[in-house]
Design a protein around this ligand. Structure first.
Ligand SMILES: [Fe+2]
Ligand SMILES: [Fe+2]
Length: 186
């Protein structure tokens, strides 16, 4: 049976209007796009993983203050994951997700940006879809200043690139990264 994510998408887009300007909406939709692409080749539960991508960054919408600089975004890393769990729970309840499904999804939302430690296969796919959605300059163009873009792309190369594991993810990442680097460093 195909899952219908329409209602979830409507709820999430509403929330993301309060998120990082010109970023959270395109970035989130792009992360969903890449999760679907990964799941065509890699094994994983569609309902859990696509829902996780929709919810993964809603937490930024409750963070006050200026989120247009990379330093401030970095500082709110933990809070955006915590908020994602707090505000994601009632959405899942409302949409009829089971207790077990909610637990899995909220765990992924609450840990998606902790890059240390071992990744299980779900977390690996969430990491890859999120990361791909950070370097697709066509679908989600960075709103960062030039200096922050340079720091971002160098950080991506050091911290995110080596953590890609799936064949599909690595292939997509190599293609996108080349273009992103060119754009971010120009
Ligand atoms: Fe995030
Ligand atoms: Fe993200």
């Amino acid at each position: 049976m195909k899952n219908n994510f329409k209602q979830l998408e409507t709820e999430v887009l509403n929330i993301l209007q309060n998120g990082r300007p010109d970023w959270d909406i395109p970035h989130t939709l792009t992360s969903v796009y890449y999760m679907k692409k990964l799941l065509k080749k890699e094994a994983g539960n569609e309902k859990i993983l696509i829902t996780t991508m929709y919810l993964h960054d809603i937490g930024y919408s409750w963070i006050r203050g200026d989120l247009s600089t990379r330093d401030n975004v970095k500082k709110s890393k933990l809070d955006h994951m915590k908020n994602g769990v707090i505000f994601g729970r009632p959405i899942l309840q409302k949409l009829g997700y089971s207790e077990e499904e909610s637990k899995k999804i909220l765990h992924l939302v609450g840990t998606h940006d902790n890059l240390d430690g071992v990744f299980d296969s779900d977390k690996q796919l969430v990491f890859e879809a999120d990361s791909l959605a950070q370097i697709d300059i066509k679908r989600a163009k960075s709103n960062l200043s030039k200096d922050d873009r340079i720091r971002f792309i160098n950080g991506f190369e050091k911290k995110r690139m080596p953590r890609f594991k799936t064949k599909t993810g690595i292939k997509l990442m190599n293609k996108l990264f080349k273009k992103a680097k060119k754009f971010y460093l120009k």
